[in-house]
Each structure stands twice: as structure tokens, then as C-alpha cells.
Design a protein around this ligand. Structure first.
Ligand code: G6P
Length: 609
């Protein structure tokens, strides 16, 4: 992944680059760096700590410049060490000529490395990025724009790059193929960045570069060519990007704040929904919903689990068959396409590389009916899909997704009802009841949040464990999966989820007195089956931590700990139960002292495959 910012201006740009990096840290935070053109030389500062540390280094060194690039890294090739941090220089001498930052993966980096080493280039890092820097230097002909256009033809893989040369002090050249990049137009100054948010407050005049574009940024001029070298005009959009500079308020971490924002953001996401109608998803949705007879959901990570939950809803309520696929699998497997499929992508960021590629793959197979549930209205996902529902979770800072997930579920429930309506499977009375339940969600979630003190007490136990199992059945099985994912990603406790009926087919072998088994136990039609599964755990000494409903009729006893959610919430119950699991993961991580908002090795937005 990684985040890129670059600028050509007539003022010191270090504050703009540093602010941009802070806002791009969601794309990775293994290291960061800035390179500037200073008095005819390239100078850089790099850090394996956070941007605040880099800022300190830059202040100490009095580093200032009018032209430069900056980068925040999520390591792919080479450890998160300072010699692997971007920007990379070429040649690797005191008098470097080229500085370059990169987001993506260069697949032919090995052969290029061999070629460039034979030419005498000395590599300082293990990154695939350094080969691009040396390649650009090797091909440099005094015109960086022309050079980069030729150099990128040698690259296989995905990239967004920004590069500048010691010899052309007022020029930054950038290019993209498979990784996002935008241009920001200022007054006599120009910028490039991985997203518009990085430039919020600097400019709102944004050009979204297209695949294969190469852009020449000079002081009063922006020139774009496409992959054929032909000059192109791209639309300039006015983008009111949110700065993401949300205050923590009374909370200790953004994740906690975002968990507690859920009543409000679900209300926001459902605001204006006065009735169920396909047009909630965009003009022409009725005709699309009328034509389709199956649904294919593509997503990654937490968004994939919201898709799995939606499968239970759509098949049960709208009676339309649903296939949910992990996008990185779908894009490469041989599948059997069907033109009457509604392809639904789910994404918080709207820029996850695998989900975007999965969408394109589906389209290439002739499936043209595309819809996205997405949290970023200006994202590639929304631009690429015909229909969209924009969730209104607001900026999610914590890497572990919480409010984005529950707002996705709210939107997916609306989709379920809209499909059911078009399919003649929703009576007026049912519509009214569902709408009433949805409107009451903020209150119901607040009641779950009030259970925090009880959950903190459980988290103290969890913090001492190294493994945990999560069980659920039916539409709460994806919620168990999401609970396990939350716990492992922020507390580093190994956690796995199973449909409770599968316990006896393997995971029961792991159950001892040391094994906490979290059970999602709403009072639904499967509750008695689930109770039998819980007995299987107890018979092996396993410790049950049960999230029940007010009327699940499960009582605490030896080895059985119960927290009761105040309401049983029918079809929408997954939205309530996941909140309790988010709190459990959060407080377990806090008790273990991990970096909750920026867990190791992860990133918020995954723009490489
Ligand atoms: C990363 C994030 C997850 C997210 C996943 C998919 O792994 O850490 O929280 O669920 O990407 O991201 P998307 O933006 O497509 O929902």
C-alpha cells in the first residue's frame, strides 16, 4: 500500500508534505520519509517511527524546500527498516540525481535488479522500489517527464510513483498503473497524492488520474499523457475531502471512539430513508433489480464478513441466491458467470485493490449490473459501479474496522428489503416493521454499549490467554468470524471462529480448561442447538463466555460466564451482537498494552494485492 505526497510550489512545502503523510498513515505506518530539492541537491529525512518523529528530525535539520516528495510505507519487499524507507535515491551516492517514492508491487524487480547491477548501480535496500529509481536514473535524458514515460514501460505490476530530479528543480513527475493517485491543482503550485484527503486544506481542485497516466507537475502547469503518450484532459473535480483530523474527546483510542459513535453513524446512514425503494441505490436501480436473479458479493476483510451476513438476509427475505466471495480469490479462479447477476462490492475505503480487481473481473465476464456499498463517495469503487449506497460512518481512523462494518450491515439490510420488494416479497406491514426496527437501532446499540464495564471484566481474563475460539450459528456465524478477527488483529491473541455445529469436526480437539470459547447466543431458532454445542465445550472443561439475549435462558455457572444483551433484535441482531465483540477485542488489547489504533503489520487501506 503506502501513501504518497508530492509538491511543486514557491513556498516551503515541508508542512504540506508532513500533514499529507499524517493523513495517509492509514495506508501503512512501517516507516516514512521526505525528500526535497535544496540548493541544487537532493536531501532526505527518513524514520521508522511515526510521522511526528520525522517532523522532529526535519525541524532539527532545518530542512526546507519548494519541490519534494514524501512517503508513508507498508512494507512488502524488505523489512520496515530505515534503509528500506522511501524516498529512494539514485545513484546511491552523496550526489544523487533522482528521488522516488512508490506505492504498489513491481513484479519484474528481480530481473531489473540484475540488469541495473550489471550497469554498476549499487542497491541500498531490499525494496522493489529502488529498481525504479535506478531505472529512471539510467534512462534519464535531461527531461524527466519523457524519461518516466519510457521507464514505466519496463515495469510489470502495480505502481503509483512520484519522482523528481536534482537537475529539474521545479518539476515532479508522477505515474499510476493499478494504484491510486490524484493531482491537486493550486494557485501557481501543484500537488500529487494518494488521495484527496492528503491535500485537504491545501486544495480542493482534484484530478483523478486514470490507469496508465503519466503527469508532469510544474509551477503553473499540469500536463497529462495516457499510456500511449497522447496528451489527455482529465476532469477537475471540487472535492470536499474530510481532513480525518477527528478529535479523540474523552476516549483513549480512536477505535473506542468509533465503537461509541455507532448509534449516531447508523442513524446518519439511515437518515432520509422514509421508505424502502430501489432508488435508494441510485437511478435505474429498479430496472436492474428487476432483471437480476442472483447476487455476487465481493469484498475483503471485515467487509467480507458483512457480505456473509447479508447472504443470510437476502436469501431468507428476498429469496434470491447469493454467492459471497473473497475478492482476492474470485479474481483468479475460474467461475461460472451469469449475466443476470447483481455484483455487489463492499468496501469501507473504496480503494481496496483486490475488491476493485474482482469487480473488473466480474465485468470482464459480462456481468454489468454493479452496485457498491462504500464509505467514501469519491472513491474508485463508487466511480466504477453503476449503483451505490454511501454509508455515513465518517472517517474511520482505527485500523480495525468497527463503525464501517455496522453501517455496511445497515445498508445491506436496506438492500435486502429493496430486493425483496422488487421480488414481491415485502408486504407493507413488513416494510413498516423493518423500518421501525431500523430506526430504533441507535437506541438498541446504546444499550449494548452500556455493557462495557462487564465486558472490561472479561477482557482482563482474555488478556492472559494466547488462544480463543468464537462460535456462532446462522447469521451470527459471520459475527463470530468478525469477533475473532477483531481480537486477533488488535490484541494478537490467536482467535478462530467456527459455526458451532462444526465444533465436533475438529476444533473441539483444542478445547481444554485454558481455552476461552466466546459464544454468540441470541434467542433465535437455533438457540437449543447452540446450547448442545455449548455442552460439548463444557464437557471438555472449556470456559464459555456467552453473549446471550435477554431471553436466551442461559445462566452463569461454573465455567459459564454470561452477558445478556438487553433486547432480542430479530433479523438485525447481528448488528447488536458485533458491538459486544468489538468491545471485548478492544479492552483485551488495551489490557495487553498493544498499539490499538495501529496494530503491527497492518494498514487501514490495502491498495496492493
Ligand atoms: C484492511 C483493513 C480492514 C478492512 C479491509 C478491507 O485489511 O484493515 O479493516 O476490512 O482492509 O477494506 P475495505 O476498505 O475494502 O473495506
Amino acid at each position: 500500500m503506502c501513501g504518497i505526497v508530492g509538491a511543486v510550489a514557491q513556498r516551503n512545502i515541508t508542512p504540506i508534505l508532513l500533514e499529507g503523510l499524517k493523513r495517509l498513515e492509514y495506508r501503512g505506518y512501517d516507516s516514512c520519509g521526505v525528500a526535497l530539492h535544496v540548493d541544487g541537491q537532493l536531501q532526505r529525512s527518513r524514520s521508522t517511527s511515526r510521522v511526528a518523529d520525522l517532523e522532529h528530525q526535519i525541524e532539527e535539520a532545518h530542512l526546507k524546500g519548494f519541490t519534494g516528495i514524501a512517503h508513508t510505507r507498508w512494507a512488502t519487499h524488505g523489512a520496515p527498516a530505515s534503509h528500506n524507507a522511501h524516498p529512494h535515491f539514485s545513484p546511491s551516492t552523496d550526489n544523487a540525481r533522482i528521488a522516488l517514492v512508490h506505492n504498489g508491487i513491481i513484479e519484474n524487480h528481480d530481473e531489473l535488479r540484475v540488469e541495473l547491477t550489471a550497469l554498476g548501480y549499487v542497491f541500498q535496500s531490499q525494496t522493489d522500489t529502488e529498481v525504479i529509481a535506478h531505472l529512471v536514473d539510467h534512462m534519464y535524458n535531461g527531461d524527466l517527464f519523457d524519461t518516466v514515460q519510457h521507464a514505466v514501460k519496463r515495469l510489470t505490476g502495480a505502481y503509483a510513483i512520484a519522482v523528481f530530479s536534482r537537475e529539474e528543480p521545479h518539476r515532479v513527475v508522477a505515474a499510476r498503473q493499478g494504484s491510486p493517485l490524484i493531482v491537486g491543482l493550486g494557485n501557481g503550485e501543484n500537488f500529487v497524492a494518494s488521495d484527496a484527503m492528503a491535500l485537504a486544506g491545501t486544495t480542493d481542485q482534484i484530478i483523478y488520474l486514470e490507469e496508465g497516466d503519466v503527469v508532469d507537475l510544474q509551477l503553473g502547469r499540469v500536463w497529462i499523457v495516457d499510456s500511449n503518450g497522447k496528451q489527455v484532459q482529465r476532469d477537475v473535480k471540487t472535492v470536499q475531502a474530510h481532513t480525518g483530523a477527528a478529535e479523540l474527546g474523552p476516549y483513549r483510542h480512536y477505535m473506542q471512539k468509533e465503537i461509541f459513535e455507532q448509534p449516531r453513524v447508523i442513524g446518519d446512514t439511515l437518515e432520509g430513508v422514509t421508505g424502502i425503494m430501489p432508488e435508494l441505490f441510485g437511478d435505474g436501480a429498479y430496472n436492474v433489480f428487476k432483471q437480476i436473479d442472483r447476487v455476487l458479493i465481493l469484498a475483503c476483510g471485515t467487509s467480507y464478513y458483512s457480505g456473509l451476513t447479508a447472504k443470510y438476509w437476502i436469501e431468507s427475505v428476498a429469496k434470491i441466491p447469493v454467492n459471497v466471495e473473497i475478492a482476492s480469490e474470485y479474481r483468479y479462479r475460474d467461475s461460472v458467470p451469469h449475466p443476470n447477476t447483481l455484483v455487489v462490492t463492499i468496501s469501507q475505503s473504496g480503494e481496496t485493490a483486490d475488491t476493485l480487481a474482482g469487480l473488473k473481473h466480474a465485468r470482464s465476464l459480462g456481468m454489468e449490473h454493479t452496485l457498491t456499498i462504500c464509505n467514501v463517495a469519491t472513491s474508485a469503487m463508487v466511480r466504477e459501479c453503476k449503483l451505490a449506497y454511501i454509508t455515513r460512518a465518517g472517517v474511520e481512523v482505527g485500523v480495525a474496522s468497527t463503525k464501517a462494518f455496522t453501517t455496511q450491515l445497515a445498508a445491506l439490510f436496506l438492500l435486502t428489503l429493496s430486493l425483496a420488494q422488487v421480488n414481491g416479497r415485502l408486504t407493507d406491514a413488513e416494510e413498516a416493521n423493518h423500518l421501525k426496527a431500523m430506526r430504533h437501532l441507535p437506541v438498541a446499540i446504546s444499550a449494548v454499549l452500556a455493557l462495557e464495564p462487564q465486558i472490561i471484566a472479561w477482557a482482563e481474563d482474555f488478556a492472559r490467554k494466547e488462544n480463543a475460539l468464537f462460535l456462532g450459528r446462522g447469521m451470527h456465524y459471520p459475527i463470530a468470524l468478525e469477533g475473532a478477527l477483531k481480537l486477533k488483529e488488535i490484541s494478537y491473541i490467536h482467535a478462530e471462529a467456527y459455526p458451532a455445529g462444526e465444533l465436533k469436526h475438529g476444533p473441539l480437539a483444542l478445547v481444554t480448561e485454558e481455552m476461552p470459547v466466546v459464544t454468540v447466543a441470541p434467542n433465535d431458532t437455533l438457540i437449543e442447538k447452540l446450547k448442545s454445542n455449548m455442552q460439548e465445550v463444557r464437557a471438555r472443561g472449556g470456559q464459555l463466555y456467552v453473549f446471550a439475549d435477554v431471553d436466551s435462558r442461559i445462566t452463569s455457572g461454573e465455567g459459564v460466564h454470561v452477558i445478556r444483551l438487553p433486547e432480542h433484535y430479530g433479523l438485525l441482531s447481528p448488528i447488536l451482537h458485533v458491538v459486544s465483540l468489538q468491545l471485548l477485542a478492544y479492552h483485551s488489547a488495551v489490557a495487553r498494552g498493544t498499539d490499538v489504533d495501529k496494530p503491527r503489520n497492518l494498514a487501514k487501506s490495502v491498495t496492493v494485492e
